[in-house]
Design a protein around this ligand. Structure first.
Ligand code: AMP
Ligand code: MG
Length: 189
């Protein structure tokens, strides 16, 4: 039986960067994971249906449509065997409020061993978003980012209650990427 690790964190915190670094270290140790991007699974369906052109438009869709795409993505990812990392979000900030990234019907499909929350100081996240030209990041103040990270910790506790998974916080602070990478490798090893 492979391991399933779900990686979460607010947009711009650097989840993908930390995971990529950790997988490089583990490769040399003969530990391998397949990385699945939840948003990409959703986007593939949404794009085929012609309802979005950009992955950052999905969180603005009607809530029921987001949930339908979310369920489709979870069912597809559940088919993957072996060690799997799922790159996603503990919650999505939508125009009508926080939407659970891993509601009961998603967790039932994925049943993770561990959920990782990649976090850092809200001011650092704000600056990272402002300098990321590749994405349509929401313009949000540091108070909103702090609130989102707080909400993610709360909802992660609910996820652990439902699945029995462990919850790991990893700090990805400025100039300390190596430390975050090492902590991530330790979770995956
Ligand atoms: P990302 O590239 O990780 O920022 O994800 C792109 C988009 O995919 C997000 O803004 C969400 O709209 C969507 N998404 C990713 N994971 C989930 C999830 N677990 N539940 C709902 N939507 C998600
Ligand atoms: Mg990412």
């Amino acid at each position: 039986m492979g391991r399933r690790v779900i990686i979460t964190g607010v947009p711009g915190v650097g989840k993908t960067t930390v995971v990529t670094g950790a997988l490089k270290i583990l490769e040399e140790e003969g530990v391998s994971y397949r990385t699945l991007n939840f948003g990409t699974y959703m986007f593939d369906v949404a794009q085929k249906e012609g309802i979005v052109r950009d992955r950052d438009e999905m969180r603005k869709l009607d809530k029921e449509i987001q949930k339908r795409l979310q369920k489709r993505a979870a069912q597809a990812m559940a088919q993957e065997e072996g060690n799997v990392i799922i790159d996603t979000h503990a919650s999505i900030k939508t125009p009508t409020g926080y939407l659970a990234g891993l509601p009961e019907w998603v967790l039932r499909e994925l049943m993770p061993d561990t959920i990782v929350l990649v976090e850092t100081n809200e001011d650092q996240i704000l600056l990272r978003r402002l300098t990321d030209e590749t994405r349509s990041r929401d313009l949000e103040g540091s108070y909103g980012i702090a609130e989102h990270q707080q909400f993610n910790r709360s909802i992660a506790a609910a996820y652990s209650m439902y699945t029995g998974c462990s919850i790991k916080y990893i700090t990805n602070a400025d100039f300390l990427l190596d430390k975050a990478v090492e902590n991530m490798a330790a979770v995956l090893r």
